[in-house]
Design a binder for this molecule. Structure first.
Ligand code: CO
Length: 136
């Protein structure tokens, strides 16, 4: 398994209504999509910097993963996402080799991507997402 590129960087924010205009005004970037992922209890806003996306994450439920992250650590980098080909195989292979995975099978993420997370304990404190575009 070898990632092809960094797909996006996820940043947890308290308030998209504050963070989106900041990114637009300060960096001249355009928010091209806002999407709620109900299953993850999160609302996401996307920007592109070259081929890499910035995914801003606002919690929609204090008990959800982003809500808990914000409570514990405050705003900041939440995860980094590597694009891979063959996500299921990658997760199976990592799990079998003793890398702690959060998802043994892919689930649906924002933008129609299939995603799976590796445990931050296994990845030097950085929550790492693997993702695959099923329409590629
Ligand atoms: Co992500």
């Amino acid at each position: 398994m070898k990632p092809t590129h960094i797909e996006h960087i996820g940043i947890a924010v308290n308030d998209l209504n504050e963070a989106i205009p900041f990114y637009e005004k300060t960096f001249g970037l355009e928010c091209y999509a806002i999407e709620e992922v109900a299953e993850q209890k999160v609302k996401t806003a996307f920007f592109k910097i070259g081929d890499v996306k910035i995914e801003l994450l606002e919690s929609t439920d204090p008990e959800g993963p982003i809500g808990k992250f914000l409570e514990k650590k405050g705003q900041g980098v939440h995860h980094i996402a590597f694009a891979v080909d063959g996500l299921q195989d990658a997760l199976t292979q990592l799990d079998a080799s003793g890398v702690q995975v959060i998802d043994k099978s892919p689930r649906k993420g924002a933008e129609g991507l299939n995603i799976g997370f590796l445990h931050p304990k296994a990845t030097f404190g950085v929550l790492t997402e693997l993702c695959e575009d099923p329409n590629k």
